[in-house]
Design a protein around this ligand. Structure first.
Ligand code: PXP
Length: 245
């Protein structure tokens, strides 16, 4: 089965709206795990708009599955990551004005800085994944820099308006996955996935992990975190081509 990493940034967003103590993303991580999450994902942004340093350190102590830290390759954040030693670090691009991560990391255009971050994180025993567009040149560059995994951004797919556009985006994801698997890269996907558009994604051969936040936390507001995660796992299982594997 494909692993589900639950991104709990939005829980911290609600807390930060009041600079209060609740809701605590650490509690959300426990409930997501009870619901069947295979991992917990958080993005420590340079502007600290949601997840705080304290969350990352506490999650390291309390997450019993896998902790995936999304981060830009900024020195300050790298220093924290090297202390926290998450199971995985996913390198993402970060712009100050964006609402959320926009587009993939340009590995081709940033070989030196991305390569340096990969080397230091891997040296600390952290698996490194690169959040990239499903583009053959970015996949090739990721392999050359010895990343362990790539996370294909599914924003273009999830925002596609017409059937033809959806089919085109799915084909890009399928072909980039085949290329990455042939190069021994683990393939993850994420961004904009929900209970419906995730279905064709789990049918793509070779994908080992999905990172999903917005749709799960939105549903959790109404039905609770544990149930929202369990329902996403159910949808993934139902559409996975080999449910017994
Ligand atoms: N993967 C990456 C690299 C992300 O930056 C995000 C958003 O923080 C996600 C996955 C999850 O996206 P969404 O919240 O749209 O499910």
């Amino acid at each position: 089965m494909i692993r589900l990493g639950v991104n709990i940034d939005h829980v911290a967003t609600v807390r930060q709206a009041r600079r209060a103590k609740e809701p605590d993303p650490v509690a959300a991580a426990v409930l997501a795990t009870l619901g069947g999450a295979d991992g917990i994902t958080v993005h420590l942004r340079e502007d600290r708009r949601h997840i705080q340093d304290r969350d990352v350190f506490l999650l390291r102590e309390t997450v019993t599955t896998r902790l995936n830290l999304e981060m830009a390759a900024y020195e300050e954040i790298l220093t924290i990551a090297l202390k926290v030693k998450p199971d995985e670090a996913t390198l993402v691009p970060e712009k100050r004005q964006e609402l959320t991560t926009e587009g993939g990391l340009d590995v081709v255009g940033n070989v030196a800085s991305v390569g340096d971050a990969i080397e230091r994180l891997k040296g600390a025993g952290v698996h490194v994944s690169l959040f990239i567009d499903p583009d053959p040149f970015q996949v090739e560059a990721s392999r050359k820099l010895k990343a362990d995994a790539v996370e294909f951004q599914t924003a273009s797919y999830s925002e596609a308006k017409t059937e033809a556009e959806v089919a085109r985006e799915l084909e890009k994801l399928r072909s980039a996955t085949a290329q990455a698997v042939a190069l021994n890269l683990h393939v993850h996907m994420g961004h904009g996935l929900n209970y419906w558009n995730v279905q064709p994604i789990v049918r793509i051969p070779g994908v080992v992990e999905l990172n999903i936040g917005h749709s799960i936390v939105s549903r959790a507001v109404f039905v609770g975190m544990e149930r929202a995660v369990r329902e996403m796992k159910q949808v993934m299982q139902e559409h996975y081509p080999n449910p017994r594997k």
